[in-house]
Design a binder for this molecule. Structure first.
Ligand SMILES: Cc1cc2nc3c(=O)[nH]c(=O)nc-3n(C[C@H](O)[C@H](O)[C@H](O)COP(=O)(O)O)c2cc1C
Length: 194
């Protein structure tokens, strides 16, 4: 299977970076092909231009898509599955990834009658969180994070979908280090069993 990974973390010195590498190692172990968009490293533009806004808000449906958006959409069309890997920032994805959705999930491609994007076989979300899963459940934030990513952004654009949260990775937690091996093994197994 060809798996497109949209990865958003500003630093290689991060746990999220290790999760991404372990997941890719697992995918490649099982013979999958991997294509990665490393959004920070690509300096992917996340601010929508006025022209893009006018197109999306349907004032000017005739306006063309920018080349960098077309390049991302091509990667999606050529893939069987899509995976998003990122750290939780303010109970959502980093602005870098949110901006990717603003610009790449365009009218006529990701939504709208006769959209071009046919449902991918699978959509997977791997996110790294400072807080514990218990905290996310007690506050209701788990539900909101899942709903926004799975039910709104992925919605029916994928046939099956799942969100995995690698929790309690904040440097405030003394057991952060012991969680690492467990999390990285899970990331590898998720790739291997994709
Ligand atoms: C701006 C910012 C906002 C964050 N917001 C949250 C949050 O809302 N919930 C949470 O669990 N962790 C939050 N974190 C912690 C990140 O998820 C943190 O980067 C991660 O736990 C550690 O993984 P890393 O080494 O890959 O960055 C935030 C971190 C930053 C820098």
């Amino acid at each position: 299977m060809r798996v497109f990974i949209v990865y958003a973390h500003p630093s290689e010195n991060s746990f999220t970076h290790h999760v991404k590498d372990s997941f890719i190692t697992g995918l490649e172990y099982s013979g999958h092909n991997v294509v990665v968009s490393d959004l920070y490293r690509m300096h992917f533009q996340t601010d929508m231009s006025e022209s893009e806004y006018l197109r999306e808000a349907m004032y000017r449906k005739d306006l063309p898509l920018p080349p960098d958006v077309q390049a991302e959409q091509k990667k999606i069309i050529e893939s069987d599955a899509i995976t998003f890997i990122y750290p939780v920032f303010w109970s959502d994805a980093p602005a870098k990834l949110v901006g990717w959705f603003d610009r790449v999930w365009t009218f006529g491609f990701a939504y709208g009658k006769d959209r071009i994007m046919t449902p991918l076989y699978k959509g997977l979300v791997l996110c790294v969180a400072g807080n514990t899963m218990q905290y996310f459940k007690e506050t209701g934030l788990l539900d909101s994070m899942q709903r926004v990513m799975l039910e709104d952004r992925l919605f029916d654009r994928v046939k099956t979908k799942e969100m995995i949260i690698f929790d309690a990775t904040s440097r405030e937690y003394p057991d952060r280090e012991s969680n690492w091996e467990r999390h990285l093994q899970r990331a590898f197994d998720t790739g291997r069993n994709f």
